[in-house]
Design a protein around this ligand. Structure first.
Ligand code: 4NP
Length: 162
């Protein structure tokens, strides 16, 4: 199974939303049995909590249900287990680069690198923002996850052909 991990600061707003967006794309593409998805945070602030209520409301408006997710922190094992580790911003990238064994550094990437339409390098942190920020975050995540899906689809086809 090819495995994708989304990482943000708290695993409370952006990364659980990304997990849900990407899971829904995998289901639509018929790839759920071949591609795994999870999310985690660089910090421990919200461990065990369901995602931020504002993120849940914004996601529900677009058909994503975040209510069953619960925040966890990145572990060393994640660097071995996941094939692609996609972070929301430079702070997340820097935190993971410090934790990650050198042999796995190639797995760490900014999620927005996969966006076809947005030039921004990072997904803005909505935690201190208004509800419009949560909607903007979903615009970014949906666009970038579409790009991730294209890459993952090719990888899965390569694995199956091998
Ligand atoms: P995230 O949510 O988008 O999942 O990183 C956050 C949760 C908490 C904080 C920032 C972001 N915080 O600064 O406490």
């Amino acid at each position: 199974m090819y495995k994708v991990l989304f990482v943000s600061t708290g695993n409370f707003c952006r990364s659980p939303s990304a997990e849900s967006v990407f899971r829904s794309m995998l289901e639509e593409a018929g790839l759920s049995d071949l591609v795994g998805v999870d999310s985690a945070g660089t910090h421990s602030y919200h461990i065990g909590e369901a995602p931020d209520a504002r993120a849940q409301v914004a996601a529900r408006k677009r058909g994503y249900d975040l209510s069953m997710l619960s925040a966890r922190q990145v572990t060393k094992n994640d660097f071995r287990e996941f094939d692609l580790i996609l972070v929301m911003d430079w702070e997340n990238l820097s935190a993971l680069q410090q934790m990650c064994p050198r042999m796995y550094h190639h797995k760490l990437m900014l999620l927005m690198r996969f966006s076809n339409d947005f030039e921004e390098a990072t997904v803005p942190d909505p935690y201190m923002g208004g509800s419009d920020t949560f909607s903007k975050v979903l615009d970014y995540l949906e666009n970038a996850c579409q790009g991730v899906l294209e890459v993952v689809r090719k990888r899965v086809a390569q694995y199956q052909a091998a």
